[in-house]
Design a protein. Structure first.
Length: 318
């Protein structure tokens, strides 16, 4: 793989300093949530970083994606940053943990007005795209921030397969198509049993007229234990603290270049996480039952998720 970012010497007086650190190969899993709800405790945050270090190794890059509802912002990123027990270096759109040598990128899994899930990754935590924003408008917002834009599991539930085929102008604006999701390997009563196979076929079809598209793989995990089940190996600068501190645009530039230099499928690892998908489904059922049957009032960590699936505003009939 080629070096993704140009490394040029910068002269300061008599010294010559490198504007970026030397390159290394790292593993990247951009699609993770760490939990079903938005509550990320100290223990859960630490478990996620340990799993990332174990599965991805030194320099691993992990995406932590929020679920925002129509009236509530998912606090999982804020909880993670507050509770993760490591020193932190801010990149502006993520945090680098030097002790673990793991970089965690902030992101959002947005449900558009058309009902499809889209990954918006690498924008600053203060920035958000409202729930049910139209697909095109979401792309406008993400472009304004320079964020990564990807179609999340396009052939699964809430997938954008038909929409992308019918709207080539939108497809041209995406960075990536998620061709493999570890949790999408789970089949529910035979439904979505070939979601990943179809996603790869969709990517190959769309790429015929969109050579810039990147094949993305991710875990889509809702437990810290499965972080790094699926990942890409790309080339990035070796010292994130030097290369990316306070430089979100530089980080995203290197990330895109690293992915485009990677070769599919040789530089990609794709492994299922079916048990985690079933556990996530059971967690959702428990939350829905608690709301509908017991009249439980969701708190800030669960309201965004329940609102996304149409449960948050249900009033119990008595």
């Amino acid at each position: 793989m080629n070096t993704p970012c140009i490394i040029t010497p910068k002269r300061e007086g008599r010294e010559i300093k490198m504007t970026q650190a030397l390159p290394r190969e790292v593993r990247v899993d951009l699609d993770n949530h760490f939990a079903t709800s938005g509550y990320i405790s100290r223990r859960r945050a630490q478990c996620a970083i340990r799993a990332a270090r174990r599965s991805l190794g030194a320099g691993g890059i992990v995406g932590l994606l929020r679920y925002d509802g129509p009236d509530a912002r998912d606090p999982r990123w804020d909880n993670f940053v507050k509770n993760v027990p490591y020193d932190k270096v801010s990149t502006g759109n993520g945090i680098y943990l030097p002790e673990a040598d793991i970089l965690v990128l902030h992101g959002q899994e947005l449900q558009t007005a058309e009902g499809h899930d889209v990954h918006i990754i690498g924008h600053q935590p203060s920035e958000t795209i409202p729930f049910r924003t139209p697909f095109g408008k979401a792309m406008d917002n993400a472009d304004g921030w320079g964020a990564w834009k990807g179609a999340a599991a396009p052939c699964h539930d809430k997938g954008s397969e038909k929409y992308l085929l019918a709207h080539p102008d939108v497809t041209k604006r995406l960075d990536a198509i998620e061709v493999y999701s570890s949790e999408a390997e789970a089949s529910f009563f035979g439904k979505f049993s070939h979601a990943n196979k179809r996603a790869l076929e969709l990517f190959e079809k769309l790429r015929q007229n969109n050579s810039h598209l990147i094949p993305m793989v991710g875990t889509d995990g809702h437990s810290p234990r499965v972080v790094g089940r699926s990942y890409a190996t790309i080339t990035m600068p070796s010292d994130y603290g030097i290369a990316f501190k306070g430089k979100p645009a530089t980080l995203l530039e290197c990330l895109r270049a690293g992915y485009r230099a990677a070769v599919f499928p040789q530089n990609f690892v794709m492994r299922p996480a079916r048990a985690d998908a079933y556990n996530h489904a059971l967690d959702l059922i428990a939350l829905i039952c608690a709301k509908r049957v017991l009249g439980w009032d969701p708190n800030e960590t669960t309201a965004p998720l329940l609102e996304r699936i149409g449960v948050g505003k249900i009033r119990l009939e008595v």
